[in-house]
Structure formats: structure tokens, C-alpha cells
Design a binder for this molecule. Sequence first.
Ligand code: PMT
Length: 214
Amino acid sequence: FQPRVLAGRRILMTAGPTYEALDPVRGITNISSGRMGFALARACAQAGAVVTLVSGPVSLPTPPGVTRIDVKSAQTMRDVVMNAVGAHDVFIAVAAVADYRPVAPSTEKIKKSADRLSIELTRNPDILADVASLPAPPFCVGFAAESSNLDTYAQGKLVAKRLKMVVGNLVQDGMGGINNQVVIYDAKGRYPLPRASKEEVATGIVAHLASLLN
Ligand code: PMT
């Protein structure tokens, strides 16, 4: 039994990696499995929220009761999020969005030629920052995946992106795997959760989110 602590909330989420095409058969992506975001989408729906999940390329089943929109690139993820965000009162960015994409993806398969090949990259939009700076933003929750200095970077993101809550994790603890260990940050402090399955971690995140919303 899970109390319906998010009843009446409309939550938009992103999850998984993005895929930035280099040519028709190759691209730049990362090791995000989507598990953390999908576990959180499931936990939010079980807690009574209406959930829309915008997912990068993953091989996971859609959690019961969740509306899922599949995307590949960061730019498409941003377009879908910006189009949907007005109908939601909470935005949770779990996706590991590529910060850069190839400037000029080739329409033809790139042929093997010289010994070295350089690919020029350009910055992708920051979806979470764009949502958080809307004139009437939803309640914004960010994630921070770091390889060191978790407290400093995660607290920095809370302030810089004007977020209500950040869930920090070390990439070596949770990215791509089954379990995770996270620290929640909000305006009042830091709240470490025990290392556990992503489903259990998601339940702890929902409890903290509900306590801030209600
Ligand atoms: O998918 P799993 O294998 O289960 O792994 C889970 C996870 C490690 C990917 C997840 O828990 C996590 O930490 N997700 C955020 C990963 C990330 O890209 O963090 P970041 O510190 O680079 O980005 C900070 C925040 O801005 C994130 O909320 C991110 O979704 C958002 N962002 C970042 C870049 C961008 N262009 N647009 C964004 O919205």
C-alpha cells in the first residue's frame, strides 16, 4: 500500500539518454539505462499523480498508468517538453541529456578515409534551465550526475537553475545499474537516502517531493 501523496498532481518527466546522430547509422549517446527515471515515473503514478514521461532510447516497459512519449535527440526532447509543460505543475528532469551534438550530421554514412577524423560539436539546449526560466514555471526538480564533489555541484545546480529540489548521485553509484545512492538537496538542506534498488530510492524521492509540495 502506498499513500496517494501526489493525488491531483500532473507531473512531466524526462528519462534515459539522448542520441545525437553523426550519420544515419552512428551517434553519440551515454550509458543511462532509463531505470531511475522509469522507477520514479512508476512511483509518482502509484502515489496518485498523472504522469507524462518523455523518454530517450531505452529498452524498458512503460510503467502502468504512465503516458510515454519516445524521443531520440536532445532537441526533440526539448520540443516535446516545451509543448507539454503548460499542462503540468511539476517537472522532473532525470534524463542524461547530451550537452553537445554534432554541428553537421551527415545524411550519408561517413566513409573510412584519413587516419584521423574530427567531429565538431555544438551546445544543446538545457531543457531543465529553459523550463525553470519560463514566466510561470512548474515546480522544478533536477538531477545531478557527478563523478566527484557531489555536494558542491548538486547544490550549485539547485541555485544556478533556480530549482526547488535536486537529486544528486555519483555516476559510479547509479548510472546504468540496478541500484542507486542519492542525496536530496532543497532550500533547507541535504538529505542522504540509503543505497537501495532504484524502485526503493524512487519511493524516498516521492516522499520528499510530496513533503515539499503539500
Ligand atoms: O538512467 P539510469 O541508468 O537509471 O541512471 C540514472 C541517472 C544517473 C542518469 C540519473 O539518476 C541522473 O542523475 N540523471 C541526470 C543526469 C545528468 O545529465 O545530470 P547533469 O548534471 O548533466 O544535468 C543536470 C540536470 O539538468 C538534470 O536534471 C538533467 O536532466 C538536466 N539537463 C541537463 C542537460 C540538458 N541539456 N538538459 C537538461 O534538462
